[in-house]
Design a protein around this ligand. Sequence first.
Ligand SMILES: Cc1ncc(COP(=O)(O)O)c(C=O)c1O
Length: 359
Amino acid sequence: MSQILLNPGPVVLSERVRNAMLRPDLCHREIEFAELQNTIRNDLLEVYPLTEDKWAAILMTGSGTAAMEAMMTSLVPDHGKVLIIENGVYGERLTRIAEIHHINHRTLHHEWDKAIDLKLLEDELQTHEEFSHVAVVHHETTTGRLNDLVGLAKICKKYNLPILLDGVSSFGAEDIEFEEWNIIACAATANKCLHAVPGTSFVICNRNALEEMQATPQRTLYLDLASYLKNQDANGTPFTPSVQTFYALSEALKELQDQGGQKKRKQNYWSRLNIVREGLEKQGIHALIRVEDCSCVLNAFHLPADIDYETLHDALRENDFIIYAGQGALTQSIFRISCMGEISDQELERFVTLMGNIV
Ligand SMILES: Cc1ncc(COP(=O)(O)O)c(C=O)c1O
């Protein structure tokens, strides 16, 4: 059985990436692993592209949440305070991380279906002058909303606040202006827009920002970015990495380059999502969010009134399509469709036709 995964990662792999995992077994203390790791680190910086003297790609074994937690614990100093912006599950997860690790923070909460209120943000920054960082999710996968980083970054710049970005479901496809947006770190993962497998995640980090953290006591053993950076810059790794998933990521990054890079991937995702969006709209199935506010990675749709999520999911699954439920209060009102991975337009057209037959 081969399923067509329309969930937001893991994705349908290309044969090229799948086969890469069959490469020879490797000890992570040997030169071949160091070469593999260096290639990935360089290729990750190439995605946007960023220069090696100022930026580092720091690799770890773990899912996207590991990268988020590493970013938050390794980059907000003891004497700092982070303003965390929430408008969905993943913004709220950033807050949970701050709570668990006793990171000084304040949250700017929004309902899940709302855009970030920039006026409110500016008021907050004006009233509380003590912030050292702002943490925010780029693509809030809860609803498919692409948060307005252009507007947000303008305000953060005005108050000289660096941004910690959760780019887990945007890195590799959406535009990310690291310098322009005052980003000092971006947490991301291999198994979404980069089309590799779960198991490797990473933080793209400004080297100076990590350097400045030396005066702050280490908060975590496994997720400490400074330890990873020191080891990886010296061709090593602090812990045993998931070698086969590194193979997959390395191949997936070559594939991204061969396919025209991030901009092309974004274009490609839009053309796929438009097949779904326009097709479903004709059947009276409406998108949750205006197209201009959506990511190219995932869109959410209102569930038609006469069908529940489980029935829809199971009927599609019988035809090899896997869709994704809403979270929390949205569980019974929306479903989500992502078009990452090795998916063809024909498969998406078949999906739309099938939806027409089911609902
Ligand atoms: C924006 C965002 N952040 C973080 C995560 C968490 O990633 P993981 O499930 O790989 O830990 C996800 C997962 O979908 C996500 O979409």
